[in-house]
Write a protein that binds this ligand. Structure first.
Ligand code: CTP
Length: 244
């Protein structure tokens, strides 16, 4: 893409022993927009490559005892809720070929599990997913491709209610209160404005198979796997920001 890091090098048949830097994809979008589904579909289609998924959620700061007492006043949708320095360190390390111990975050206790980490190893593709992964310019600059998952707010809210009550142990009133007080305003102030940095905007998230196919096609091309290009000779490199 036009914003891809110029330092990215892809392996090809004639260049197979050259050191390669992982291809970094950022996947952003509002809460419950289907980011995880889009990432899973990309990962599935890239089965012949080593792909790691990093969730921005893993880098939530743990709440202090004081903050925990007043959790309903805590804004989990503000950029300051994340430890962006650590996220940056993680992506930089992975990008330069080192493994990383990614923290484990518990949405029920709002805490990091201090003794549990996920070991993430060297890969060909790094996917960084989260509501605010385009917010910090330093993180953005590490990305070779930026995808924004654009799903209607009513669809997102419906999914969020279901998910937070079923998986995150919340009651419906607290979900609606949090949405009105923090989630929606932060979406308008921080998430939506970061959409302008996207190279590709996917309407309807994981339902959009055409968009996912095009994206995977592009990644294959960048990784030097030209086999699929022979099947779709008219589809080549996504050059600049556009809406599918
Ligand atoms: N959040 C929360 N409680 C916490 C930490 C985060 O309710 N202790 C909420 C924030 O309000 C934020 C959301 O988690 O809006 C971020 O997760 P989200 O992007 O919704 O989850 P994903 O599964 O990554 O999204 P998607 O459905 O798009 O895959």
């Amino acid at each position: 893409s036009s914003t891809a890091s110029p330092s990215h090098r892809s392996a090809s048949a004639s260049d197979s022993n050259a050191p390669t830097q992982p291809f970094v994809i950022g996947v952003s979008g509002g809460t419950a927009s289907g980011k995880t589904t889009v990432c899973d579909m990309i990962i599935q289609q890239l089965h012949d490559h080593r792909v790691v998924l990093i969730n921005q959620d893993s880098f939530y700061r743990g709440l202090t005892a004081e903050e925990s007492k007043r959790v309903h006043e805590y804004n989990f949708d503000h950029p300051d809720a994340f430890d962006t320095e650590q996220l940056l360190d993680c992506v930089q390390k992975l990008r330069s070929g080192h493994s990383y111990q990614v923290p484990f975050y518990d949405f029920k206790s709002h805490r990091r599990c201090s003794d549990t980490f996920r070991q993430v190893n060297v890969s060909d593709v790094i996917i960084l997913e989260g509501i605010l992964v385009f917010h910090d310019q330093r993180v953005r600059n590490l990305m070779n491709m930026k995808i924004f998952v654009d799903t209607d707010a009513d669809v997102r809210l419906a999914r969020r209610i279901r998910r937070d009550t079923v998986e995150r142990g919340r009651d419906i009133n607290s979900v609606l209160e949090q949405y009105a007080k923090f989630v929606k305003p932060a979406f308008d102030d921080f998430v939506l404005p970061s959409k302008k940095y996207a190279d590709v905007i996917i309407p309807r998230g994981g339902d959009n198979h055409v968009a996912i196919d095009l994206i995977v096609q592009h990644i294959h091309t960048k990784l030097g796997q030209h086999d699929l290009c022979k099947i779709y000779p008219n589809v080549y490199v996504i050059q600049s920001t556009f809406q599918i």
